[in-house]
Each structure stands twice: as structure tokens, then as C-alpha cells.
Design a protein around this ligand. Structure first.
Ligand SMILES: NC(=O)c1ccc[n+]([C@@H]2O[C@H](COP(=O)([O-])OP(=O)(O)OC[C@H]3O[C@@H](n4cnc5c(N)ncnc54)[C@H](O)[C@@H]3O)[C@@H](O)[C@H]2O)c1
Length: 251
């Protein structure tokens, strides 16, 4: 029970990797806010029914007021914020296409959700973490930004931004003893990815072939690294990007 008395916000926690992270943190004692643009009430209820503390909060991470309201609700409900996991993204539903075919409006929305979202969330929790002189921010990036993956330039650009933001934010928040790290999953069989047949057909076998450990990756494979970086065990680690991909990207 690493997270007794800790309060965590996990964005994009209605499904997939975010839900698995929320369940893990709650299972280890954290009070967890499942924050999502989709309704995560049933998922929060399931956590409560298994003995955990959780609420669902609707948020659009690309909307400043909505993010502010999410953090205010968290503090009203649980009194503090110790952990922020920036997981929400336009991700599993991604449409693969040559870069010339990406509409400008979709490019902008991708950056707004995947890169500005974590900026807004970090900015909203920072005053609380600074006051506490402690905090953990874990950004969920992607191995695609290391590899130069094909046919998702808007997504790769957003995750590259999040990787570099991780390093700069670590330096800005370090004086308040707030750590900022990233976990970089490889191709992972979240529910959303399993439903995206085009993506599955293009990526699944290739991802396995590129790994030191030649098997599928699942949301459960990602959560241990996130829990570690969110814990006291990682109090002297900041600005790092931890690839959790079966040994695919070495950096
Ligand atoms: N699954 C993979 O192969 C893989 C690989 C590398 C990185 N990642 C990253 O891991 C994270 C989770 O991946 P996943 O496969 O579970 O994704 P997913 O698409 O299944 O889930 C993303 C969640 O974010 C929510 N969301 C989307 N836009 C939002 C917004 N504007 N505000 C709030 N919530 C919003 C969605 O409703 C959904 O619940 C993402 O950051 C993704 O980029 C995934």
C-alpha cells in the first residue's frame, strides 16, 4: 500500500491504460480521480466497490476552465493533490494516414489534447504541489516519438512535445521537490487499440518483432512503471523517460 493518504488524478481513466493506472493506484491506497471526457462513473464505482476511494470527473483536458474545475473538485473532495498522471490523449482511435492528408483542424486538436492538455493539468495542480513542497507528475508519452512512426505525424509530434516538456517541467518544478517523469509505452493492446482493426493490422506483429521480449504488451504491463514513478521510491528521479515496451526503444 504505497499510496495511503495520497490523492491522484489520472486523466483519460475511463478506459485502457489510464483505467489500469487508476485501478493500480487505488489498489495501493490512493484516492483517485478518474478524469475523462467520457463518463467514467461506472469505472469509479467499480473501484469503490472493490474497497478503493475514487470519483469520476468529466473533463476536457484541452479546456482551461474544465481543467481548473477538475482540480478544484479534487481538492474539494479529497483535500490535496499528490499525483498527476497525464494519460488522456487522442490515441487508440487514431486514423493512420500520410501526413499530407492530415487536416489542419485535426492537427490542432491533437496538439491541444495531447500536448497542451498536460500543460494545463500541470499548471492547475502546481500551486497545490508547491504548497505541499512535494508532488509527482507522470506523463504518458509514446515510443512512436523515438522511432519516427509512419502515418501519424500529428500524434508523434504531440508526444515528442510531451517528452521535451517532461524535461523542462522537471527543472521548473524541481525546486519545490515535485518530480516530473514520463513513461513511454510501446504498442499496447488497450481496449481501444483492439477495436482499431486498421491500426492492429499495421502495428501488432511489427511491434512484437521489434522487441527484445517478443510478445504483446497490455495495459497491465504499463502500470508498474507509473506506480513506481508516482511513489516515494522515485523521489530522486526527475526529467526521465522510461520506455515500457518489451525492450524496443533504447535511448
Ligand atoms: N495503446 C498504445 O499502444 C499506446 C502506445 C504508446 C502510448 N500510448 C499512450 O497511452 C495513453 C493511453 O492509451 P490508450 O490506448 O489507453 O488510449 P485510449 O484512446 O484507449 O484512451 C484514451 C482516453 O483518453 C480520453 N480522452 C481523450 N480525449 C480527452 C480529452 N480531451 N480530455 C479528457 N480525456 C480525453 C478518452 O476518452 C479515453 O478514455 C495515451 O496517452 C496514449 O497516447 C498508448
Amino acid at each position: 500500500m504505497k499510496f495511503v493518504d495520497k490523492v491522484a488524478i489520472v486523466t483519460g481513466a475511463q478506459t485502457g491504460i489510464g483505467l489500469a493506472i487508476a485501478q493500480r493506484l487505488a489498489g495501493e491506497g490512493a484516492a483517485v480521480v478518474l478524469a475523462d471526457i467520457a463518463d467514467a462513473t461506472p469505472q469509479a464505482r467499480a473501484v469503490q466497490e472493490s474497497g478503493g476511494r475514487a470519483i469520476a470527473v468529466k473533463v476536457d483536458v484541452a479546456d482551461e476552465q474544465s481543467v481548473q474545475a477538475m482540480v478544484e473538485r479534487t481538492v474539494a473532495e479529497f483535500g490535496r493533490v499528490d499525483i498527476l498522471v497525464n494519460n488522456a490523449a487522442i490515441a487508440a482511435g487514431i486514423q493512420l494516414r500520410p501526413f499530407e492528408q492530415i487536416p489542419v483542424a485535426e492537427w490542432r486538436r491533437m496538439q491541444d489534447v495531447n500536448a497542451m492538455g498536460p500543460f494545463l493539468c500541470a499548471r492547475a495542480v502546481a500551486p497545490h504541489m508547491r504548497r505541499q513542497q512535494s508532488g509527482r507528475i507522470v506523463n504518458i508519452t509514446s515510443g512512436t516519438a523515438f522511432k519516427g512512426a509512419l502515418f501519424m505525424l500529428d500524434y508523434v509530434a504531440s508526444k515528442g512535445a510531451l517528452m521535451t516538456m517532461t524535461r523542462s517541467l522537471a527543472r521548473e518544478l524541481g525546486p519545490a521537490f515535485i518530480t516530473v517523469n514520463a513513461v513511454s509505452p510501446g504498442y499496447t493492446l488497450s481496449e481501444g487499440n483492439l477495436a482499431n482493426k486498421d491500426f492492429l493490422a499495421s502495428y501488432r506483429e511489427a511491434a512484437i518483432a521489434a522487441r527484445a521480449l517478443p510478445r504483446d504488451g497490455w495495459p497491465a504491463d504499463i502500470v508498474g512503471a507509473v506506480a513506481f514513478l508516482a511513489s516515494d521510491d522515485a523521489s530522486f528521479i526527475s526529467g526521465q523517460i522510461l520506455a515500457v515496451d518489451g525492450g524496443s526503444v533504447y535511448h
